[in-house]
Design a protein around this ligand. Structure first.
Ligand SMILES: [Zn+2]
Length: 245
């Protein structure tokens, strides 16, 4: 069964790549959500400006009504001028008229202030609209990029998944089940390469006797600490280099 470990190691490499791709893919929804939230902020700024304009228009209508009331009063007083008989009545009426005139000019000042405020806010609204349009274009572009990236990742995952098949056919169902079970329960990989004196999975030192047994490449041996199947990788390159020199 030890000879199947070569295939299992290759399978691990492929699955490692698939895992990396899936992790990258899993980031996509959060990235998209962040972009949506960013765009929403700009939309809110736009909504606030629209609301402000509504408020100003509402105030404007109130002041217009006040002006109409004062103007009606003015018309009434002016009409009374013809029926005034005494100087005292005349003086009293003129006093009323001058009071109304004062009020009218105050109301008109308020209306002018509101008109200026409206102009300013309309300019701000236009800016907010343009800003939102720009942000929406940026959002759409980035969204398309994310969708494209996910498509690319899916293709790569499909390619790697195909690459698994030749190795799976060389691994016995028993070992394959063990491998799958390990992945499900622990999330990592079942086979660990011995690195010097340590297990490549948990990095704890292995007894020399265990290493010797693994080097015989006959039975499957596991790390006492983490339970991974141990694999001895021959250093092929080093001896060759030594021969050449
Ligand atoms: Zn270990």
């Amino acid at each position: 069964m030890y000879d199947q470990l070569d295939s299992l190691l290759e399978l691990q490499k492929i699955d490692g790549e698939i895992d990396k791709l899936k992790r990258r893919k899993d980031l996509a929804p959060a990235k998209l959500k962040a972009l949506e939230n960013e765009l929403l902020k700009h939309k809110q700024k736009l909504d606030i400006k629209t609301q402000e304009i509504e408020e100003i228009n509402k105030k404007r209508r109130e002041w217009d009504r006040k002006l109409a009331v004062q103007q009606a009063l003015m018309d009434k007083y002016k009409a009374q001028r013809t029926s005034v008989r005494t100087n005292k009545e005349y003086a009293a009426l003129e006093l009323e008229i001058s009071e109304v005139e004062k009020t009218i000019s105050e109301v008109e000042e308020e209306i002018i202030k509101l008109m200026l405020e409206l102009d300013g806010t309309k300019d701000e609204l236009e800016l907010a609209k343009k800003d939102y349009q720009t942000q929406e274009e940026i959002f759409q572009k980035k969204k398309e990029e994310i969708i494209l990236e996910v498509k690319k990742i899916n293709k790569q995952i499909a390619l790697f998944t195909q690459k698994r098949n030749p190795y799976i056919s060389k691994i016995s169902p028993v070992l394959m089940n063990r491998y799958n079970d390990w992945r499900e329960r622990k999330g990592g990989f079942l086979v660990a390469i011995i690195e010097g004196q340590t297990c490549g999975g948990c990095h704890l030192t292995l007894p020399p006797q265990l290493i010797n047994e693994v080097r015989k490449k006959k039975d499957l041996r596991t790390c006492n600490s983490c339970g991974r199947i141990l694999y001895w990788k021959e250093e092929v390159d080093e001896p060759q280099d030594k021969k050449e020199t």
